[in-house]
Design a protein around this ligand. Structure first.
Ligand code: FAD
Length: 550
């Protein structure tokens, strides 16, 4: 593309070229190392092809379009009949179709609904991580579709009916009954006005009918409302129960879902999040009555991992944009990338990203191995909430700092930094907010104490003599066991996640593990990025690894 560089009044120079047409895999050394160390190295060529496709300029432009042209709720038609449909920009559908083609919604499941063999979790995570660098809104239904299969496993007959449509690689956006479609998506509705964390306070009711249940009530948040069916919680005669509610009743008529309005959200704007009423809506029971929370836990673990991967992805894009820009921009006759303080800052961000990338892929490896390895199952159980807590909460300050590296250009809408920044808090809030994640770590420790302690021991062994690792483990154990362990849980959970990141780095990128341990465990850096005590060689190493030279 030719751009106008000469204006009547001035010439344009000293601006960085757009960061696009890049291989999101081959340009990310930390990702490649983490993928290889966690069993998916054989996917490298396919991941690189994927990285080039998703890193194309046209994809970045489609992401801008999907987010500028937000979905619209069409509640009624011109004659006053209910429609209850949401219309999306074609760019959103394009992302859904791409994600379906690449199996991001289902590649971790076999055609019969059982778990696909390793390294399906790590391979999908690498792709999901790259997609998150480009467009986030459409990842919501993609995540929920894959995760719902985990809960539907308790109803083999129902799952058998649906699984062929779920694992289809064809995205079908038509508003028609699920059995007529080429591929379907699944969503979920748990949060009500009076409570999201405390779903046991749900007031929505479920009354058994001959062929299923009639659900009456509401949900305060129900994202991706054009999904073909939703896992919902409602109070059945036997207590809080999980259900699957399709958009169309078995007789082909439109089901009783009445969308009230769409949320006007801070970010995640390409995706719709609805408020909805259920008017005797038809649903199938999933799991026993009274076991609703137990049933959806299978799904929640998977959505939480995707929150981690998604946050890691937007951080990586923010970092890449920052490093790219500083390599072109000159200030005081010197490239920003050569200014000593900017080098420390971007190296510190890159080091954080190394830890986050490593721990994210290691966590997905635990999911890959959990079915056949109890230690890995315990690792997934204990570390999912801890890593979600740390990674998702790290995203806003990290992205803000990357944004500042672009100066004023970072703050305007044309650059993706502002969109990434608005997206950043979401993954921490939904699927278990920060405090709730810490409570979940405490729950894992109290229910599976021995196995959880073994995970902690294993992390320390993996860290060997890395600085601060043993002291961190002692602090974690002491804090959790203290009488006011709940009040102090945030400090211990944060440390646990960083210890896990150090251990993951020791396995996948040992060359940076010591710097991470020293500046995150032994002598934690100051409140802002760029305050870590890094030596010149460490800074050089980080900046070599973060992005290939142009
Ligand atoms: C964009 C978006 C999309 C969403 N999509 C969906 C969806 O599709 N389906 C769905 O069901 N929900 C959805 N949600 C809702 C989301 O899951 C809830 O907002 C979230 O679970 C928190 O629930 P809440 O809003 O009721 O907050 P509350 O439960 O009231 O929590 C408020 C705060 O209190 C803290 N807290 C809670 N309990 C404790 C405790 N015991 N000790 C200390 N602190 C505590 C929490 O960490 C949180 O910070 C969505 C939310 C957003 C923002």
């Amino acid at each position: 593309m030719t751009v106008q560089q000469r204006f009547d009044t001035h010439d344009i120079f000293n601006q960085s070229p757009p960061f696009e047409n890049v291989d999101l895999y081959a340009s990310d050394r930390a990702l490649q190392d983490a993928v290889a160390a966690n069993g998916a190295g054989s996917e490298a060529a396919a991941l690189s092809e994927f990285g080039r496709r998703w890193g194309a300029a046209a994809m970045f432009d489609a992401a801008r379009l999907a987010n500028e042209n937000t979905p619209k709720l069409k509640t009624f038609d011109t004659k006053g009949f209910r429609r209850d449909v949401v219309e999306f920009h074609p760019a959103y559908h394009q992302f859904m179709a791409e994600a379906f083609r690449d199996g991001l919604h289902a590649s971790t499941w076999n055609a019969d609904g059982t778990r696909a063999a390793a390294p399906s979790e790590v391979a999908r995570a690498a792709r999901f991580f790259m997609v998150a660098q480009v467009e986030n809104g459409h990842q919501c239904p993609i995540t929920m579709t894959r995760a719902c299969v985990g809960a539907l496993g308790v109803e083999p007959a129902l799952l058998a009916k649906l699984i062929g449509k779920i694992t289809s690689r064809t995205y079908d956006s038509r508003f028609i009954p699920w059995w007529e479609k080429d591929g379907i998506t699944l969503g979920m509705g748990m949060t009500e006005k009076q409570g999201g964390t405390d779903v046991r306070a749900n007031t929505t009711t479920a009354i058994p009918t001959g062929d299923g249940y009639a659900i009456t009530g509401h949900k305060w948040f129900m994202s991706a409302p054009m999904c073909d069916a939703f896992l919902v919680l409602a109070q059945a005669p036997g207590g809080l129960t999980c259900f699957l509610m399709p958009r169309f009743r078995p007789d082909g008529s439109v089901n009783g879902l009445r969308f009230q309005r769409l949320k006007d959200k801070l970010g995640n704007r390409s995706n719709a999040s609805s408020e909805v009423e259920f008017v005797e809506a038809f649903a199938w029971r999933v799991g026993e009555e009274g076991r609703g929370v137990r049933t959806i836990i299978e799904m929640v673990q998977l959505t939480r991992v995707d929150c981690v991967i998604g946050s890691a992805g937007i951080m990586r894009m923010a970092l890449a944009q920052a490093v790219h820009h500083t390599r072109y921009r000159t200030v005081f006759q010197r490239k920003l990338a050569d200014q000593p303080m900017m080098r420390t800052l971007t190296a510190d961000l890159a080091l954080e990203m190394e830890g986050i990338t490593a721990v994210t892929m290691r966590l997905c490896r635990a999911f890959d191995l959990a079915a056949s390895n109890p230690e890995e199952a315990a690792r997934a159980r204990l570390l999912t909430p801890a890593v979600k807590y740390w990674v998702c909460k790290s995203a806003p300050p990290f992205i803000y700092e990357a944004m500042e590296c672009l100066g004023g250009n970072g703050y305007v809408e044309e650059a993706p930094l502002s969109r990434l920044y608005r997206e950043a808090p979401l993954n921490a809030i939904w699927e278990g907010s920060g405090n709730v994640m810490c409570l979940d770590v405490l729950r894992a420790l109290s229910r599976e104490g021995e196995a959880a302690r073994a995970v902690l021991g294993d992390l320390v062994t993996t860290c060997a003599d890395l600085p601060g690792a043993k002291a961190a483990a002692a602090f974690i154990a002491k804090t959790f066991m203290s009488a006011d362990g709940e009040a102090k849980a945030r400090a211990a959970v944060e440390k646990l996640a960083m210890l896990a990141a150090t251990a993951a780095l020791a396995e996948s990128a040992p060359v940076v593990a010591a710097a991470f341990a020293r500046t995150r465990l032994e002598a934690p850096r100051g409140a802002t990025f760029g305050t870590a005590d890094l030596g010149a060689a460490e800074i050089g190493l980080m900046l070599d690894r973060v992005l290939p030279a142009a």
